[in-house]
Design a protein around this ligand. Sequence first.
Ligand SMILES: C[S@@+](CC[C@H](N)C(=O)[O-])C[C@H]1O[C@@H](n2cnc3c(N)ncnc32)[C@H](O)[C@@H]1O
Length: 574
Amino acid sequence: MDFENTKNLYIEGDNLDALKLLQETYLGKVKMIYIDPPYNTGNDFIYEDDFTAEKEAYQSGSGERDEEGNRMIANTESNGRFHSDWLSMMYARIRLCRNVLEEGGVCLISCDDREEANLRKVCDEVFGEGNRLDRGSMIWKSACSPRGFNHVIKDHEFILAYARNIDLVDYDTADSSKEDEFFDGQLWIARTAANPVCRITFPAGIRSEGPDRTLKGSIGSGRTIIDIIGELKIESGKTAAPVVLEGSWPSKNQLIESLSKRDNDEVYDTKGQKWVEVFLTASNFPIVSKVRGRMAIRSIIDDCGNTGTPDLKSLGLEYSHPKPKALIEKLVEQFSKRNSIVLDFFAGSSTTAESVMRINCKDGGDRRFIMVQLPDTSETLSKEFNTLADVGKERIRRAGKKILSEWRAKQAKEKPAQGDLLSPENLKLKTENSVATAPDVGFRVLKIDASNMKDVYYAPEDVKQDQLEFHTDNIKDDRTPEDLLFQVLVDWGVDLTLPIAGETIANKKVFFVDGDALAACFDPQISEDLVKELARRKPLRAVFRDSGFGDDSMKINIEQIFKLLSPGTELKSL
Ligand SMILES: C[S@@+](CC[C@H](N)C(=O)[O-])C[C@H]1O[C@@H](n2cnc3c(N)ncnc32)[C@H](O)[C@@H]1O
């Protein structure tokens, strides 16, 4: 959908393969990874990764196969390696996904109590315990599942949270139009039932405005009063010694934390505002200087719904285990920046894709998503679709349409044109003019398949003269030029969402990727005219099909033409 312009990717296939393919192109580029893997319930089908066996031995294994003929195994509790099979599956993927994270990127993993403790160990090993985001997990209040629980009924799941490098994690400020903004807030010390009177120790060294002084008794009057226990001595702009002050302190916890914090500690109030400093004014009342910041997420998330089923229903779709879009939107808003890449390689019904598009629509960002999902048939799905990947793609299409129309309505409301506001012409003009900022609701679909190249099982000495013509083309017969183009993009580590334009030159189809980043022609019998025209356009890279040259002299000829007309072009043949 919107193949030419979109920056979003949907990859259909096993995520282990997908992560290997993405390694080079997206190395260190992804800001946020959210995954929601199967929970090792004893009923899940998981991919049996095969790292060692020969192909033949692997294929003759006794496991089941999915639609594509790939091997999937049921991970039942009777399996002696029940936990370790699941964890090995996760370990391989988490290791690979860490590589694509930006240095300041974060990885969030949904799981439940079955594997939380084990998965945490795996994440501690891959990311390092020091890279846990604070205590390293959040709790989401999920739908309650009373069955099977005799003692404690389960209605929560975990979201483990790790950074690639905790010291480099950064986010956009709450509002891009405002830089961090300092303001001083007076602590409102009025004796009310809400803030019972208590004593708080102010240590020595607290900044204090006004002249040196020593105070005893009380500060203030009436209900707005602070009692000094002992004396308050101020020398050279600081409290000279610790002093206990009794009052009706608001925000008691933040106040105590703030007064005892060390240099690098950060204190936030319930509005997400950072408490930079507590100091005393010349009138002796304490003031907090605050910086307006983004709200830090709370570790218990109970305001996002407890299932995503209604979200899917509202789009006319069905799938058994969707997360609520409000939950993923909260995570995207919290942990990504406006220009981030967000990856979900257990995409299911594509809740993450919809959430990314929605948050872009809300804050004008241009985050991109990469979804990876198996063409899984083992789940309950809407009847008209064969695989979960089909449901996931359709969800992005339907949600995308909705989001775009909501965005257009919002634009029309927020920026009324002059004159006849609601005339269809004005509306059309306005939406067309704003195309650049409309959320990207398209996506490019890539399917992971076996190599485009023919398997060669013969040793050269075994090949007979009369078989040679079968070996003139090393590319499998059913592969399209687009298949070959994407192989080249992956091999060269070129962004898979760059714009691709097709042109016919000298009767052959030529692809131009991102203007002159790459020119590719996979047609047979390419002519000198075509090569000269391509060389004149001076692409950074040019690629042809080996069999497209006709014979060896043509290949040498092509190299010479490029050397002469565009020596900077890197040449490659498949
Ligand atoms: C719990 S679901 C994710 C649900 C998703 N968060 C949503 O809101 O719809 C996990 C999905 O991962 C998929 N999956 C399992 N193994 C996979 C693999 N090796 N590669 C890609 N997807 C896989 C399964 O098809 C399953 O539907």
